[in-house]
Design a protein around this ligand. Structure first.
Ligand SMILES: *Cc1c(COP(=O)(O)O)cnc(C)c1O
Length: 398
């Protein structure tokens, strides 16, 4: 048998998916696992959205649509950007894709030549690196620190820029750190992008899940110049608890959107017709459901923070958005836990799964060994039990 393509050997499977698979396996064996590994809201999709999909099926809206989505949905997306982000786009500047993941991948595919460099801030969302590698481009990582609220240092960004640098990926609110980029840092990044003529790919899927007085600003809204070299990626997935429906959207210069339309026409064809109708209902629907979910996430975050802030030997940034708490567990490295020395985030993750019956994701998946990611997209009751289990277990380590 001839070998598989080289690019396949460069990518690693999604660690978030593999941990939840392991947790599911244990659950199947009858072991009660508290799952803090999940990367999706635990709420049901609101019924008015489901009903729109049922209607679409009944009306026979079940055939091909234009590859980058139906016009009505693009118009709703244009409205959304105007209303929420103070951004003016035309429908020619919008593409609908099969989720934000697909949208991001298509952007990277449309923008990057082999060996082009793309700047990614770590800790990063798991798929950016692999997407960049899949198109034979090169991820260039700029580390950020908890002490700096996980915001990048602008001088460090500038120091890694080369002739090959093509784009910078921004993800605010961030998965996994929960940090929200301030207007100040966005302006600084925009300045650099303009100075060196770089694209900005802005992943804003958590824009609606935001706490306290934190404010989401889309970098594209800062001024006309930066807007002309920014691609904004968003989705209904996290906002409306619609992860399985697979609808994301892209806003950017029409030339890029045309390229993405072309890619989709030859690869996926249209995003599911039925899901497009559901997304349309979501975007045009009342905001109450979003508000309810956000409120619930805030209650859970507050609880989790209250339980962990005085707990010895861990540290974290209080999440300002998304539904993750990124917990520094590096003080346990080198210590003995059940006849084994804990060396890295995966050791701690496995130890927690086996002994505390809690599934988390190792920081290594996000490019930072010193952490584990705790998702609070699960009930308050489970969070109470899970965090108690974690604290009890970690207290036994000296
Ligand atoms: C979940 C997630 C995505 C992917 O969203 P889909 O619409 O489900 O493809 C993209 N970026 C980040 C940061 C995410 O957490």
């Amino acid at each position: 048998m001839k070998s598989l393509a080289k690019r396949i050997t460069k990518i690693t499977p999604s660690a978030t998916l593999s941990i939840s698979a392991k947790a599911k396996e244990l659950k199947k064996k009858g072991i009660d696992i508290i799952d803090f590994g999940v990367g999706e809201p635990d709420f049901d999709t609101p019924s008015f959205i489901k009903n729109a999909a049922i209607c679409a099926i009944k009306e026979g809206f079940t055939k091909y649509t234009p590859p980058s989505g139906i016009r009505e949905l693009k118009e709703a997306v244009v409205e959304k950007f105007k209303k929420d982000n103070n951004l003016d786009y035309t429908v020619e500047q919008i593409a609908i894709s099969c989720g934000a993941k697909h949208a991001l991948y298509n952007c990277i595919l449309a923008l990057c030549n082999p060996k082009d460099e793309v700047i990614v801030f770590s800790p990063y969302w798991v798929s950016y690196l692999e997407m960049i590698k899949l198109v034979d481009a090169i991820p260039v990582i700029v580390k950020t620190k908890e002490a700096d609220n996980f915001l990048p240092n602008i001088k460090t960004i500038e120091s890694v820029i080369t002739k090959r640098t093509k784009a910078i990926i921004i993800n605010s609110p961030s998965n996994p750190t929960g940090c929200v980029f301030s207007e100040k840092i966005l302006k600084e990044i925009a300045e650099i992008a303009i100075k060196y003529d770089l694209w900005i790919i802005s992943d804003e899927v958590y824009e609606k899940i935001i706490f306290d007085s934190a404010n989401h600003i889309s970098i594209a809204s800062l001024d006309k110049k930066i807007k002309s070299q920014t691609v904004v990626v968003n989705a209904v997935s996290k906002t409306y608890s619609m992860t399985g429906w697979r609808i994301g959207y892209i806003a950017g210069p029409s030339e890029l959107i045309k390229a993405i339309d072309n890619i989709q026409s030859h690869s996926t064809s249209n995003p599911t017709s039925i899901s497009q109708k559901a997304a349309l209902a979501a975007l045009n629907g009342p905001g109450e459901e979003i508000y309810k979910m956000r409120k619930e996430f805030q209650i859970r975050r507050d609880f989790l923070v209250s339980q962990l802030q005085d707990f010895k030997d861990v540290s974290f940034l209080k999440p300002q958005g998304a539904f993750y708490l990124f917990l520094n567990i590096s003080k346990f490295f080198g210590k003995k836990a059940k006849n084994k020395i804990l060396k890295n985030s995966l050791d701690v993750t496995e130890y927690l799964l086996e002994e505390a019956k809690v599934a988390v994701v190792p920081g290594s998946a996000f490019g930072d060994e010193n952490y584990i990611r705790i998702s609070f997209a699960t009930s308050l009751e489970k969070i109470k039990k899970g965090v108690e289990n974690i604290k009890t277990l970690l207290s036994t380590i000296f």
